[in-house]
Design a protein around this ligand. Structure first.
Ligand code: ATP
Ligand code: LTN
Length: 330
């Protein structure tokens, strides 16, 4: 069985973008692949997080993974810091990454061009840690949203470079990007990605949003004054985004949705999308509440960490041997 791995960094509450672009695909794949999913808590602290809030977000993320349908019996679910090999291989990967490569990473470039103050070295070297996350597990595929493709491509380059220098060691992974929903846009500014770190939260639906609030966000989503329901991403990005959300959640094609609402006002279409979102959130939230009450999270994480460590420790040991970091005693 081919192996698939992905992570989410819960710097805040998980969003509908995380769900459509990443999480729900993990669920889809868990029957056909060996699925490894982790909470990227080390990636969270590249920027300051309030410790209490971070702890809460980590717990919520695990509960939401399961609530969205990940089955801890099928998928290995764990916390990144529970498997020490991540930080260690992250450092080793940083020693095999050129500054030029990190300077080209758009996530970093965007932030530095915006003139963000107090950017940390951790944020700069984050792609090296992400490469380690993936390479430790010999993952064949990495399901992610569009914004992470560049990081997976760097991981491929690093794996190949290491294999060339030290001999065959890493499996070279491939990014897996869904056709629909790989980049859900903000409801208040459809030129930007729906993001949990957005300043105002009007454009972002959180999986734990109150249903009324979620509906309101959809109903007041920014559209355009053209007034025609059609698929024109360039001139009607807000409308396109709503149709894409509706399509991703109902499984109907975007064309099919356009056909149904053609000639009608945007309000009707928004109502349809709001229903789809609220139905999905209601289901997720009901399961989330059960999981929080059942107190199964600790067990899931300790079981996951044991399974993950068994794989990761072996890879790290092999890497250290290849590099010559270990002394062999007779
Ligand atoms: P931020 O919103 O703070 O930029 P993030 O949501 O991109 O962070 P993660 O939570 O680690 O960061 O992302 C987890 C996964 O969700 C990644 O695979 C990412 O590509 C995907 N994802 C995030 N936002 C969206 C979005 N708006 N549309 C589709 N996929 C998304
Ligand atoms: N960088 C990703 C989260 C992440 C990840 C990973 C995804 C960290 N390590 C390994 C896939 C594989 C993000 O910010 N969305």
């Amino acid at each position: 069985m081919k192996r698939m791995l992905s992570g989410i960094k819960p710097t805040g509450q998980l969003t509908l973008g995380n769900y459509i672009g990443a999480l729900r695909n993990f669920v889809k794949y868990q029957d056909d692949y060996e699925m490894i999913v982790f909470i990227a808590n080390l990636h969270c602290i590249t920027e300051y997080q309030d410790p209490e809030e971070l702890r809460r977000n980590l717990t919520d993320a695990v509960a939401l993974y399961i609530a969205c349908g990940l089955d801890p019996k099928k998928a290995t679910i764990f916390l990144q810091t529970d498997v020490h090999a991540h930080a260690e291989l992250g450092y080793i990967m940083a020693c095999n990454t050129y500054l030029g490569e990190l300077n080209r990473m758009t996530q970093f470039k965007d932030k530095s061009q915006k003139g963000e103050k107090n950017m940390t070295a951790g944020l700069y070297t984050y792609p090296c840690l992400m490469a380690a996350d993936i390479l430790l597990y010999d993952a064949n595929y990495v399901p992610v949203g569009e914004d992470q493709k560049q990081h997976v491509e760097l991981t491929r380059d690093l794996a190949q470079r290491f294999n060339n220098k030290y001999g065959d060691t890493f499996v070279v992974p491939e990014p897996l990007i869904a056709q629909v929903g790989a980049r859900i846009m903000s409801l208040s500014d459809p030129s930007k990605k729906m993001s949990k770190s957005e300043e105002s939260n009007k454009g972002c639906i959180y999986l734990l949003d109150d249903l009324k609030a979620a509906r309101k966000k959809i109903m007041s989503a920014v559209t355009d004054s053209i007034g025609i329901i059609q698929l024109d991403k360039e001139n009607q990005p807000g409308l396109y985004n709503l149709i894409e959300i509706g399509s991703a959640l109902t499984g109907r094609s975007m064309e099919d949705i356009v056909k149904e609402f053609e000639g009608q006002g945007y309000g009707k279409l928004k109502g349809f999308v709001a229903d789809a979102v609220c139905d999905e959130l209601a289901m997720i939230q009901e399961r989330y509440n059960q999981i929080i009450e059942s107190r199964q999270i600790e067990e899931v994480l300790s079981d996951g960490a044991a399974r993950a460590s068994a794989i990761a420790d072996k890879t790290l040991e092999n890497v250290k041997k290849k590099i010559g970091l270990e002394i062999k005693y007779q």
